[in-house]
Write a protein that binds this ligand. Structure first.
Ligand SMILES: *[C@@H]1O[C@H](CO)[C@@H](O)[C@H](O)[C@H]1NC(C)=O
Ligand SMILES: *[C@@H]1O[C@H](CO)[C@@H](O)[C@H](O)[C@H]1NC(C)=O
Ligand SMILES: *[C@@H]1O[C@H](CO)[C@@H](O)[C@H](O)[C@H]1NC(C)=O
Ligand SMILES: *[C@@H]1O[C@H](CO)[C@@H](O)[C@H](O)[C@H]1NC(C)=O
Ligand SMILES: *[C@@H]1O[C@H](CO)[C@@H](O)[C@H](O)[C@H]1NC(C)=O
Length: 382
């Protein structure tokens, strides 16, 4: 693992290398200009994940980048409007919404929002840095780090039209979604010549996801009902039925993307395990940024070190609420907190996902509690 103190040299070296690669890439594109369907210069990146799998941290890793317009879960509006349907029926509406939002056309939200007067009518709006800065909100200058508290205080009443204006001002549009259960749903977007879509598939050890879901049963109840097709009823996922669906769909999406994938997925899909990210945050973020055509800055690497090593901003009015605890410790908390019989239950219902993403099974409580043993196997397949 790379230590945070010694990173800046490494970062500089990598940035230099990236610049060289970028120049080479540009030369490459110039020669391939004769290709019929040139993708647009903007990058549209979808963080494909599930509830409690570390997507807030990964979202913020993009959100903090000055080239990125980031929105968290815009498809929440679809699910929230039609809770009597199931995830598969809602897929097409979710996909259309994602397509429009990537193109900065926010009119697609009309039918899902009763009130479309202010920026703050958008779900989780204040977790988007771009919506707290010009042109969305002119209280602060573009260079400033705006806290969540100040953003809510000064930017909530920005007119809704500013969302589009802001979106258009950035080179990278990044959306985070947990409401997609089938990779095929995204194929038309990958083939759409007006989009330059990349998919970052974020997965996490199902046992860690389970621990976190247990702590948030109530908050997930409506979504569980939709995942399990229960006609608008709320479900406490005590039997992990929703988690079973989630595990299976993510294993299947990965298999679709990696076993004999269609040509249009080439270079457009990357899977990341949350555990690998917290094990080596800077190294992994470099890889992710390279995939997304983003550049790392010193300030960003310092921020990543801060939030993954428990040194968040010192005030309680923290910039962008992501809990800045020791990420590695947090990712291991289930080892000490989850009863072993639940561990075996999750291993059973998420067996395929465990095998697919290479999380090792535990045979005893002793194994579970012994933190010196690592149960995240090295990746053997891309
Ligand atoms: C819509 O906005 C108006 C004016 O801000 C407010 O009075 C009303 O309560 C809002 N309605 C909903 C459903 O949020
Ligand atoms: C779904 O719920 C609605 C009202 O909540 C009810 O009218 C409808 O009959 C239910 N549909 C089914 C298939 O149970
Ligand atoms: C779900 O669990 C919460 C406590 O975690 C409880 O208050 C609530 O009544 C439960 N709801 C259902 C539908 O079982
Ligand atoms: C990182 O944490 C230190 C110590 O709390 C703080 O002074 C610094 O401003 C932080 N840097 C960033 C970029 O968040
Ligand atoms: C992380 O866990 C180790 C061992 O469990 C403990 O010694 C250390 O204090 C923890 N660090 C933080 C920041 O919680």
């Amino acid at each position: 693992m790379r230590k945070c103190g010694a990173i800046f040299f490494v970062v500089t070296a990598v940035i230099t290398l990236q610049t060289i690669i970028l120049v080479l890439n540009n030369l490459g594109t110039r020669f391939s200009n004769s290709l019929p369907r040139e993708k647009p210069s903007k990058v549209h990146l979808l963080i494909l994940s599930t509830w409690r799998a570390g997507s807030s941290l990964v979202g913020q890793i993009f959100n903090q980048n000055p080239d990125v317009f980031y929105l968290k879960e815009p498809a929440w509006h679809v699910w929230n409007t039609m809770p009597h349907n199931n995830a598969h029926v809602l897929h097409m509406a979710v996909r259309d919404l994602i397509r429009s939002v990537f193109k900065c056309d926010m009119s697609v939200l009309d039918v899902y929002m009763q009130n479309r007067s202010y920026v703050s009518n958008l779900f989780q709006w204040s977790s988007s840095r771009a919506l707290c800065l010009p042109p969305a909100c002119n209280t602060f200058s573009r260079k400033k780090i705006v806290t969540d508290y100040n953003c809510k205080k000064y930017c909530a009443k920005s007119p809704f039209s500013k969302v589009e204006q802001s979106c258009n001002a950035y080179s990278h549009i990044v959306l985070q979604e947990v409401r997609i259960f089938d990779l095929k749903v995204l194929y038309p977007l990958l083939k759409d010549p007006s989009l330059n879509l990349k998919i970052l598939h974020l997965v996490r050890d199902p046992r860690a996801v389970a621990k976190s879901r247990i702590q948030t049963f109530r908050a997930l109840a409506v979504d569980n009902g939709i995942v399990l097709n229960r006609n608008g009823t709320k479900i406490n996922d005590t039997k992990f039925l929703a988690l079973h669906e989630i595990c299976q769909s993510h294993a299947n999406m990965y298999k679709m993307a990696t076993d004999d994938p269609p040509l249009f997925l080439n270079g457009r899909y990357m899977m990341v395990r949350y555990e690998d990210l917290v094990q080596d945050p800077l190294g992994k973020v470099q890889e992710i940024y390279k995939f997304a055509n983003l550049e790392m800055t010193e300030k960003l690497s310092e921020w990543i070190c801060n939030v993954t090593h428990g040194q968040g901003l010192p005030t309680r009015k923290e910039a962008f609420k992501i809990t800045s605890r020791n990420a590695l410790n947090v990712s291991q908390a289930w080892r000490t907190m989850l009863p072993f019989q639940i561990v075996t239950k999750i291993q059973d219902i998420c067996k395929d996902a465990m095998n697919t993403f290479q999380y090792q099974f535990m045979k005893s409580e002793t194994q579970q509690r012994d933190l010196s043993e690592d149960f995240v196997l090295p990746r053997t397949k891309h």
